[in-house]
Design a protein around this ligand. Structure first.
Ligand code: SF4
Length: 215
């Protein structure tokens, strides 16, 4: 018998892809991370400069490892032992890369992308700069509305990232967002973006993966 969760993901993806298309955003459904990695690698032209956004999804899925084997210039911020000054330079170069790869904190059923950054380089690159943006998104990040997407960021993504980064925020200490008492420099929720559509057709591709991935 087919896995009911996978069946639901497949059905939900049909609706989301249709709604993304109305917003000039391409949606592609892949049944698992292996198919997604192959699909993404095929989308990247040889010789491209490829930037990476901060994302657990692209690292833990094995996508970054696969990209390392392509004939491209990968701005590999995840390379072992890379100095933070170098990572900062890569973030800046990512703004004008040929291809930018990241995930999205949430995708709404009606096809909007909801993201929040600490520095802003990921959301900037998604909005403008790179000619192609590829977002690898586990189906666990689907939400019914923009409000639910923001809630997902404040209750799941940001607290888990706060703990992962080891920053002293209310959510890393209690597991609960306390936005009024969360201030820089430790606060990681700084630039909230809602992408409702894209002017350039298919500049952004959302690769929906039929499994739970990332934060
Ligand atoms: S605003 Fe602060 S406390 Fe709330 S989720 Fe973001 S980092 Fe955590």
């Amino acid at each position: 018998m087919a896995d009911p969760k996978k069946e639901i993901y497949k059905k939900q993806a049909r609706t989301v892809i249709k709604n993304l298309r109305r917003r000039n955003i391409e949606g592609i459904y892949c049944k698992d991370k292996y198919v997604a990695i192959t699909t993404i690698c095929k989308m990247i032209p040889k010789g491209s400069v490829v930037g990476l956004g901060g994302s657990t999804t692209i690292v833990e899925s094995g996508l970054v490892d696969a990209l390392r084997n392509l004939d491209i210039e990968l701005l590999d911020r995840y390379k072992e032992g890379i100095p933070s000054a170098e990572i900062f330079k890569m973030r800046k170069r990512g703004l004008t890369a040929d291809v930018f790869i990241a995930s999205s904190n949430a995708v709404t059923h009606d096809g909007k992308l909801v993201n929040e950054d600490g520095l802003g380089n990921r959301v900037s690159s998604i909005i403008f700069g790179p000619e192609k943006v590829i977002l690898m998104v586990g189906m666990n990040k689907l939400v019914p509305t923009v409000e639910a997407g923001i809630k997902r960021i404040k209750t799941i993504a940001a607290p888990l990232n706060s703990i992962r980064f080891g920053v002293d925020t209310p959510c890393s200490n209690t597991g609960i967002c306390d936005e009024d008492n969360c201030l820089p420099p430790t606060r990681i929720c700084n630039q909230l973006t809602i992408i409702e559509a894209n002017a350039v057709a298919e500049r952004i591709s959302v690769i929906l993966v039929g499994e739970d991935m990332g934060f």
